[in-house]
Design a protein around this ligand. Structure first.
Ligand code: KG4
Ligand code: ZN
Length: 339
């Protein structure tokens, strides 16, 4: 079997997604049904609503992914599905669906770690990229700095101690009245602001040089806004957005480049929703250019949640023989490197 076609399914948060990928790298289809419009009404993801929407949409999304690829389930060699981490009810919808289809068609089933999926997004557009490399995963739920030693094998150098970077973006956006999801809105507004207008702290964790902490920064922004409100001072929202964003970027660039130097790694990949931020991409390009580090970053559509990245990760797990049994279950707090 020289061509392995995997149907990937993703439902860990608020995107219902399905995709067909050949040999982990070639995307035949990539269908994403976002629930953002529904959750926007509540200012964030409502888990129960997310689960219900996944149930409503998943059949249609999978059919679309197969028809876009010009295939039926009978042409698939395996099914890969995100089984954690994420919202338990949301994950369960994808896992149950994947199990039912795999059972019905007698196909191998592969359980995929969502973060491993984000990392694998880099393989899709970069056929030459192979481990080892350094990867910074910057999403709404996670901020990790890891060495990808081999496909599916990670050494975790650092992680966030409190909020994830995307979470900080979402909370600050809400505080300045931008609504959900905050990342793309701050990205846009920051273009009109001055990143040096307000100094917000850049936290470094003393005893763990590659760890992150964003809750102090978030509090500093909230304090700034409260103080302005109390004194009746008018705030410039674009300056707040740009200054906050710059503080996040500085820490993300600093930690990644320090790790690259310390571990003598010349290849850095970015992953996760925040990696689609335009100022962040420009900052990494500049810093990596200066330090002679080869930078990989997925196109924005592969940074945020999608199922092509899940099918790609599933391929490498499948090749290693890591298939799941019919007892595969959703694991909401699944750790990276665990199966
Ligand atoms: O990776 P992702 O789609 O889902 C998780 O696994 O968490 O990341 C979603 C996060 C959200 O916090 C969202 O605000 C943020 O990524 N995000 C961005 C941008 N686009 C999405 N943050 C900053 N700038 C963006 N352009
Ligand atoms: Zn994600």
């Amino acid at each position: 079997m020289s061509e392995i076609k995997i149907l990937g399914i993703e439902s860990s948060c608020d995107e219902t997604a399905a995709s067909v990928v050949v040999n982990g790298r070639t995307v035949l289809s990539n269908v994403i049904s976002s629930q953002i419009d529904v959750h926007t009404l509540y200012g964030g993801v409502v888990p129960e609503i997310a689960s219900r929407k996944h149930i409503e949409r998943i059949n249609q999304v999978i059919s679309q992914a197969l028809s876009d690829a010009g295939m039926t389930l009978d042409d698939c060699d395996a099914i890969g599905v995100t089984y954690g981490p994420g919202l338990v009810g949301a994950l369960l919808v994808g896992v149950a669906q994947a199990k039912a289809l795999a059972w019905a068609k007698n196909l191998p089933l592969v359980g995929v770690h969502h973060i491993e999926g984000h990392i694998s997004a880099n393989y899709i557009e970069n056929k030459d990229l192979e481990p080892p490399f350094l990867c910074e995963i910057i999403s709404g739920g996670h901020t990790h700095l890891v060495i990808v030693k081999d496909y599916g094998e990670f050494e975790i150098l650092g992680r966030t101690r409190d909020d994830a970077a995307g979470e900080a973006f979402d909370k600050v956006a809400r505080a300045i009245g931008l609504g959900y999801p905050g990342g793309p809105k701050i990205d846009k507004l920051a273009k009109e602001g001055n990143p040096e207008a307000i100094f917000f702290p850049r936290a470094h964790v003393e005893e763990a040089p590659y760890d992150f902490s964003f809750s102090g920064l978030k509090s500093a922004v909230l304090n700034y806004l409260n103080k302005a409100k109390m004194t009746g001072e008018e705030i410039n929202r674009a300056d707040v957005a740009a200054s906050f964003q710059q503080a996040v970027i500085d820490v993300l660039v600093d930690n990644a480049l320090r790790a690259a130097k310390d571990y003598d790694l010349k290849v850095l990949a970015l992953a996760g929703g925040v990696a689609s931020n335009s100022a962040l991409r420009a900052a990494f390009e500049q810093a990596c250019g200066r330090e002679n580090i080869r930078l990989y970053r997925p196109s924005p559509v592969f940074c945020t949640d999608n199922a092509a990245m899940i099918a790609s990760a599933a391929y490498y797990e499948f090749r290693k023989g890591n298939t799941a049994g019919w007892d595969l279950n959703a694991v909401p707090n699944l750790k990276l490197g665990e199966r």
